[in-house]
Every structure is written in structure tokens, then in C-alpha cells.
Design a protein around this ligand. Structure first.
Ligand code: HEM
Ligand code: HEM
Length: 182
């Protein structure tokens, strides 16, 4: 189908969006909770799960960007105010950057701390950087600050999606075609 006639994202782009969204909606609360748990096996398990899901997000991000470039997107929603277009583009681009940057910072912080990153107990990632306590703090702090920024952007994104769902202006059906345009 020519891109100009599309009304929704191609199926692979939609699927990766939803699987990746689910992972992000798990990894963020896991991150905040694990940091506030007392040290012990419970905290260690949540750290492992957080790191594993975070690494999965990085892998999905690579496939996602390739799929998005190869398969494209529907044309902009007609009649949408220019400011909404600019803001949504900025939020989407920032989220794309963060699904790469956050896992890399977390992985770097873990390696610099001297922690091995086991992915769902299946295999262990190579160290991204050598052990270095100061670097581990710097990368960990950057990861934490951007974790708050990403949480705010995700909440904005979901808020905007809900607003469009209430308006029934056809934006939601671009990611969930079954909902159609009301
Ligand atoms: C319940 C949660 C979510 C809902 C309802 C939702 C809904 C949507 C919708 C309707 C679009 C299409 C917007 C348009 O065509 O203008 C979209 C695009 C997008 N969403 Fe989500 N989303 C959710 C979660 C997430 C999360 C957690 C992320 C984090 C990475 C994310 C990242 C993106 C990106 C980057 C796009 C732009 C796609 C592109 O144009 O390439 N979404 N989302
Ligand atoms: C998109 C993916 C990711 C997101 C959104 C994310 C988000 C977060 C959040 C919200 C926190 C808690 C911050 C705080 O309370 O100060 C956190 C902490 C942490 N995450 Fe992630 N994370 C991701 C991926 C990863 C990965 C792949 C790893 C490791 C392989 C990782 C390792 C860590 C570590 C080590 C901390 C503790 C940082 C510190 O000591 O300050 N994260 N993450």
C-alpha cells in the first residue's frame, strides 16, 4: 500500500511498539522499587529482572528502528494543530533516543560497578567498561535522572493517547486499527 494512503502503522511496527511499551511499563516501576528495597535476595532478583527487561528493550529498539525505517508510517493526521504535531514529534524522538540510551547507561553503570549482567539467567553480557567506582556513580546518576525524564515523557505520551481516544480523532486507531475512527 502506498505510504500516502495508509491510515495505520504497518503491523510489525505496531507489534514492536506494544511489546516494547509493555517492557518499558515494567522496567520503570521495577527500577524505582528495587532502589528502595533493603539489600538482599529480593533486591538482587529485581535488579536481575530490571536489567534483563532493559536489555530486551535495547534489542527491540534496534529491530524497531530498522522496521520503522523500512516500513514507514502513515501520513500526519489531517487537521491536527501544528503545536500538537511539534510536541508529539519531540516526545516520540526523545523516547526513541531513550530506549537506546537508558539500557546502555544501565549496562555501563553495572559493568563499572563490577556487576555481571545476566539476561533472564540465559547468558551473561560482556562488560561494557572496566571496573571503575567513580564512573559507575556517574553513569548510575545519569541513568537515574534520565529515568525520571523518561517516566515524565511516557506519562505525557499515555496522557496524550488517552486524550485522543476521548476525542476519537483517529490517532489511536493508527496504533490499534481494530478501534477504527469514530
Ligand atoms: C499504554 C501505553 C501507550 C499507548 C496507549 C500508546 C499509544 C501510541 C499511539 C496511539 C501512537 C501513535 C501516535 C501517532 O501516530 O501520532 C504511539 C506512537 C509511539 N509510541 Fe506509544 N503508546 C503507549 C506506550 C508507549 C511507551 C511506553 C513508549 C516508550 C518507548 C512509546 C513510544 C512510542 C513512540 C516512539 C511512538 C512513535 C511511533 C513512530 O511514529 O515511529 N509508547 N503510541
Ligand atoms: C529502557 C530501559 C531502562 C529504563 C527505563 C530504566 C529505568 C531505571 C529507573 C527508573 C531506575 C531507578 C532510578 C532511581 O530510583 O534513582 C533505574 C535504576 C537502575 N538501572 Fe535501569 N532502566 C533501564 C534499563 C537498564 C539496564 C539494561 C540496566 C543494566 C543492564 C539497568 C541498570 C540499572 C541500575 C544499575 C540502576 C541503579 C542505578 C543507581 O545506582 O543509581 N537499567 N533504572
Amino acid at each position: 500500500m502506498p505510504q500516502s494512503e495508509r491510515t495505520s502503522y504497518p503491523a510489525p511496527v505496531r507489534w514492536i511498539h506494544w511489546v516494547s511499551a509493555l517492557c518499558v511499563l515494567l522496567v520503570i516501576p521495577f527500577g524505582f522499587i528495587m532502589m528502595r528495597l533493603p539489600s538482599g535476595p529480593g533486591q538482587d532478583q529485581l535488579f536481575d529482572l530490571h536489567r534483563s527487561i532493559g536489555f530486551l528493550i535495547l534489542c527491540l529498539a534496534v529491530v524497531r528502528v530498522a522496521t520503522r525505517i523500512l516500513l514507514g508510517a502513515p501520513p500526519p493526521v489531517p487537521g491536527m494543530p501544528r503545536w500538537q504535531h511539534v510536541v508529539s514529534n519531540a516526545v516520540h524522538h526523545s523516547l526513541y533516543v531513550l530506549i537506546f540510551l537508558m539500557p546502555l547507561l544501565g549496562w555501563g553503570a553495572s559493568s563499572a560497578f563490577g556487576a555481571k549482567v545476566s539476561v533472564f539467567g540465559l547468558f551473561t553480557l560482556p562488560d561494557l567498561v572496566a571496573k571503575d567506582e567513580a564512573l559507575s556513580h556517574t553513569l548510575g546518576d545519569a541513568h537515574s535522572v534520565l529515568g525520571y525524564v523518561m517516566t515524565a515523557l511516557v506519562l505525557m505520551h499515555i496522557g496524550a493517547a488517552l486524550m485522543h481516544a476521548v476525542k476519537g480523532d483517529g490517532v489511536i486507531s493508527r496504533m490499534i486499527p481494530a478501534l477504527g475512527r469514530r
